[in-house]
Design a binder for this molecule. Structure first.
Ligand code: CA
Length: 238
């Protein structure tokens, strides 16, 4: 059986060992780097399936590692960092990181994020992630081929813009999408930098989808960063 290969980039030995043990016990193959330069050279020689990246490294900043990786590789990168500022998250995601986890984190949260990122980078890995499949979560169903949305079989009417936003988030379900990623996808690269129009649309979407828009169960807000859609139920089993 093919084992997914994870490269852990972390200079703190205790955290590195902890993540490494956890992943090994879950059936992953693990390699470790304690500096950014070591990580870049291992990433080139080992071609891992996914990178777990600390930002505060002794030689070069993790942000630089993301940019250097992205110049030649699509390998998923999950940032695992003590930096909790929204701006740090936005920068890392916009530089090409796939996800962002702040320390301290729970093991099950880390495992879920890894599965989600691997699913996106291996769309045929579990045979059910063709781009035109259905999205299903908690009674919400999206049929991408018909552009139809329903909740508990009752169809929901969205405007074309609202549909584009929801479809984009659903196709990236489980992952946080920054405001600018959503804006670029829906309105194109020359959109206004102000994300007010997105927030207005999201308020309308939530009124239509959520029982209680203040406590959403389908589309979560990552404050100051963007949105994350509930993971597709088909894929949680992966
Ligand atoms: Ca560190």
């Amino acid at each position: 059986m093919h084992k997914f290969h994870v490269l852990i980039i972390e200079d703190e030995k205790n955290i590195r060992n902890f993540i490494s043990k956890t992943l090994s016990s879950q059936g992953y193959r693990v390699s470790c780097a304690s500096t950014g330069n070591e990580a870049l050279s291992l990433a080139t020689s080992l071609c891992p399936d996914i990178l777990l990246l600390d930002l505060g490294l002794p030689d070069i900043d993790g942000m630089k590692v993301i940019r250097r990786m992205r110049s030649w590789s699509n390998c998923p990168i999950i940032v695992v960092s003590a930096r909790t500022l929204e701006l740090d998250k936005v920068r890392a995601l916009d530089a090409g990181a796939d996800d962002y986890l702040t320390k301290p984190f729970g093991t099950s949260e880390l495992m879920a994020r890894i599965r989600t990122s691997l699913r996106h980078s291996n769309p045929n890995g579990n045979g059910n992630s063709l781009p035109c499949h259905l999205y299903r979560a908690k009674g919400l169903k999206i049929d991408f081929s018909k552009r139809a949305i329903s909740i508990n079989e009752e169809s929901i009417h969205l405007t074309p813009i609202e549909y584009k936003i929801v479809a984009f988030l659903a196709q990236n379900s489980g992952k946080v999408m920054t405001y600018s990623a959503v804006m670029n996808n829906v309105w194109g690269p020359y959109n206004e930098s102000d994300n007010k129009i997105l927030r207005v649309n999201m308020a309308n979407i939530r009124r239509k989808l959520e029982k209680n828009p203040a406590e959403p169960v389908y589309i979560y807000t990552e404050v100051g960063v963007g949105y994350r859609m509930a993971d597709d139920e088909e894929n949680i089993k992966l």
